[in-house]
Design a protein around this ligand. Structure first.
Ligand SMILES: [Zn+2]
Length: 333
C-alpha cells in the first residue's frame, strides 16, 4: 500500500530515531511496508574505512528534579530533552555542574534544542532557554537511564533496475529524533519518488538509500565498494518543507551534467531559487559520497536555512505539502 508524504511524516515524527537505535529500525521497517526495501545491517564495532560503527543507544527514564522531588524536566514530555547518545548518570549534582550539561538555544528561548554527542562520551539534557530561571536551588538529582550495547547500524536501500547498471543514487538521512523538516521531509520525498518510479522502465538504475547521517553513508559505501564506479551521479535531499526557496548546492565538481540539469529544471519550475557551491549551503552525506576517495558527483536540494532548525519547533506546523511536492517534482523531472 502506498503512503503519502504527510502520512509518513506524521507516523515517524516522534520516533526516537538515533543513529543506531530501535527507533531507527522501526522507521525503516515501516518504510519497508510501503516500498520494496533491502535493509543492510552493519554490526557495532565494524570498521567503515577509518570510522567504526557505534554501539546501539537507548534511553529509559531521564529527568532532573529538586532534592524534595519537584521534577523540572522529564524526557517523557519530549524526546529532545535528553541529548542523543548521552552517557548514563544517577547522581546529585551542584547547579554549576548541571548547567555545564544543560543545552539551550538563546536565539529560540521557547524551543528545546536538538543536541547529540555520538562520539564524545558525555551526558546532557536539552531545555528551553527561558526555563533556566526555574533552577533556583543549589543541588539537583539527575537521572539518565541510557544503555549502550552491541547492535547494528541499518541502511535501507531500494533499487529500481534500469537498462544500464550505471546508477543514480539519491540519499536522505533518517536519524533526527522528533523533528520534521530535518530530516523527515527528505525521507518522505524520497519514499514518494521511489513509489512513483516503481514499475516503469528507466535507462539508469536508481539506488535510493536512507541512512543515519555520515556514518550510515560510510558504512554503506565501504561495504559496497564495487558499486562506487557505477554510481554516476547523486542527489542528497533534506529540509524540503519549510517556507524558503529551494537551494541547489552543486557537486564538488560543480559543472557535471547533473549540476546543469538541476539548474535548468529549477529555473523552469520554480523561478526563484538559490544556488551555492559544494559545502556552501549545508553539509550532509554528500560530504561522504562526493568526498575524497569516493567522489561521486552529488548535488543537494534543500530549503536551508530556517529559524526552527535543530529544535523542537521543527514540527509539522512549519512544512507544507505543496512545498514537498514542488521539491519532489524537480527531482522527478
Ligand atoms: Zn540536522
Amino acid at each position: 500500500m502506498g503512503v503519502t508524504m504527510m502520512e509518513l511524516i506524521e507516523k515517524l515524527w516522534f520516533l526516537r530515531r538515533d543513529i543506531v537505535s530501535d527507533g531507527f529500525d522501526e522507521a525503516l521497517r515501516w518504510i519497508g511496508q510501503k516500498i520494496p526495501l533491502k535493509v543492510h545491517a552493519y554490526p557495532s564495532g565494524d570498521p567503515c574505512w577509518t570510522w567504526t560503527v557505534p554501539e546501539k543507544w537507548s534511553v529509559g527514564e531521564a529527568f532532573i528534579e529538586t532534592l524534595d522531588g519537584h521534577r523540572l524536566l522529564d524526557v517523557k514530555t519530549h524526546p529532545l530533552h535528553v541529548m542523543s547518545y548521552s552517557l548514563a548518570i544517577h547522581r546529585v549534582v551542584k547547579k554549576e555542574e548541571l548547567f555545564r550539561h544543560l543545552h539551550t538555544n538563546p536565539q529560540r528561548p521557547k524551543a528545546i534544542p536538538f543536541e547529540f554527542k555520538y562520539y564524545q562520551k558525555d551526558w546532557g539534557f536539552c531545555i528551553q532557554h527561558e526555563r533556566l530561571a526555574e533552577f533556583t536551588e543549589n543541588e539537583y538529582r539527575v537521572v539518565i537511564d541510557s544503555v549502550f550495547e552491541k547492535g547494528a547500524l541499518k541502511v535501507g536501500e531500494c533499487v529500481i533496475p534500469g537498462e544500464m547498471q550505471d546508477s543514480i543514487v539519491v540519499v536522505a538521512h533518517l536519524c533526527h529524533p522528533a523533528m520534521v523538516n530535518d530530516d523527515l521531509s527528505g525521507v518522505a520525498v524520497l519514499v514518494d519518488i521511489a513509489q512513483q518510479l516503481q514499475a516503469k522502465s528507466h535507462r539508469h538504475t536508481f539506488r535510493f538509500v536512507w541512512v543515519p547521517e555520515t556514518i550510515g553513508s560510510l558504512a554503506y559505501l565501504s561495504h559496497n565498494e564495487e558499486l562506487i564506479p557505477l554510481m554516476r551521479f547523486g542527489i542528497f535531499l533534506e529540509m524540503l518543507g519549510n517556507a524558503n526557496t529551494l537551494a541547489l548546492q552543486l557537486s564538488r565538481q560543480g559543472d557535471t551534467r547533473l549540476d546543469r540539469i538541476m539548474r535548468y529544471v529549477l529555473k523552469k519550475r520554480s523561478g526563484s531559487f538559490r544556488e551555492g557551491s559544494f559545502r556552501k549551503i549545508v553539509c550532509n552525506d554528500e560530504m561522504v559520497f562526493n568526498g575524497p576517495g569516493v567522489n561521486i558527483p552529488m548535488v543537494s536540494l534543500s530549503r536551508y536555512p530556517y529559524p526552527e532548525y535543530h529544535t523542537s519547533d521543527d514540527s509539522l506546523a512549519i512544512i507544507s505539502k505543496d512545498r514537498l511536492e514542488q521539491a519532489r517534482d524537480v527531482v522527478l523531472e
